[in-house]
Design a binder for this molecule. Structure first.
Ligand SMILES: Nc1ncnc2c1ncn2[C@@H]1O[C@H](COP(=O)(O)OP(=O)(O)O)[C@@H](O)[C@H]1O
Ligand SMILES: [Mg+2]
Length: 271
């Protein structure tokens, strides 16, 4: 978006090495990036290219081996519990498997009430809380009345992923990191989820970092794209520039695997 040009999250030389000696894997290799406020950014690469490892470092769930990460232009400090808690108010994530990051014995009402508490709304009157939850549910096309007293395993994958987005709607972080959030759900729900991510960006100005192996999808939804191969960022830029005029051989190969990239998308089939 043209009127948001401030850096939201950036990195210099960010590196992650797993293991030692012969067992050493350089999962992320000295990558530089700059994600701007309010942008929809995709990180694209095949399986094993280091996307999730980079995501975990961005989220502060995994320490970087080398390099620096900057939040809103300042070196990020997530040392200690308090700093981490503060950082996690600003960045939240949804994952491939919406059930994986979730306490399966917590009822849905209580999950959403927790979000309001985390945003400092613990003392609000109950009716206000229910209003906020109802609004969040309607943002993701869920009916709160149908969710009360339910457990997550009573929902479908698509409904569960929508619930995860309702959490984000209530938590209102600056950044949402979505790691292949549509790859485990049915095609019909996929388009809906993508629409909701775009709405979070358009209506709340959230920066979306979207991780995918699908370059066609990235073209369709993103402002900027970063292409990852074997832990390296091999190319980045505006989605149109990178995808319609790729410079790197790897990017060209990813594109050649996608039929009809220039044609209008049938949203019910995008992956
Ligand atoms: N905890 C770990 N220990 C050792 N190697 C890992 C670990 N996590 C990821 N890797 C390796 O790092 C590389 C990148 O993995 P990953 O970040 O999951 O890629 P992607 O998300 O793009 O599929 C792979 O070679 C993977 O095997
Ligand atoms: Mg991954």
């Amino acid at each position: 978006m043209a009127n948001h040009r401030k850096s939201c999250l950036s990195g210099k030389g960010v590196t992650k090495v797993f293991g030692l000696g012969l067992k050493k894997t350089v999962a992320v290799n000295h990558v530089d990036f700059d994600f701007l406020e309010g942008d929809f950014v995709s990180i694209v690469g095949e399986s094993g290219s280091g996307k999730t490892t980079l995501a975990k470092m961005l989220l502060g769930l995994l320490p970087e081996t080398e390099g620096e990460i900057f939040f809103q232009g300042s070196l990020r400090n997530i040392r200690g519990r308090e700093n981490k808690k503060k950082y996690w108010k600003e960045i939240q994530a949804i994952f491939q498997d919406p059930f994986s990051s979730y306490n399966l014995f917590q009822k849905i009402d209580s999950v959403l009430l927790d979000c309001i508490r985390m945003r400092g709304g613990a003392r609000l009157p109950y009716t206000n809380k229910i209003e906020m939850i109802t609004e969040a549910c309607s943002f993701v096309n869920l009916k709160f009345e149908e969710l009360t007293n339910k457990y997550p395993f009573e929902l479908s994958g698509g409904q569960m992923q929508r619930l995860m987005i309702a959490r984000i709607f209530l938590l209102k972080p600056k950044i949402l990191l979505a790691d292949e959030p549509t790859s485990m759900i049915d095609a019909c729900s996929r388009a809906t989820i993508l629409d909701m991510l775009m709405n979070l960006r358009n209506e709340n100005g959230m920066t979306i970092i979207f991780i995918t192996h699908d370059i066609g999808l990235a073209y369709y939804i993103s402002d900027d794209v970063y292409i990852m191969e074997h832990g390296n960022i091999v190319e980045h830029g505006k989605a149109e520039d990178v995808i319609l005029n790729p410079k790197d051989e790897y990017t060209k190969r990813l594109i050649s695997d996608v039929p009809k990239i220039h044609e209008v998308w049938d949203l019910s089939t995008v992956g």
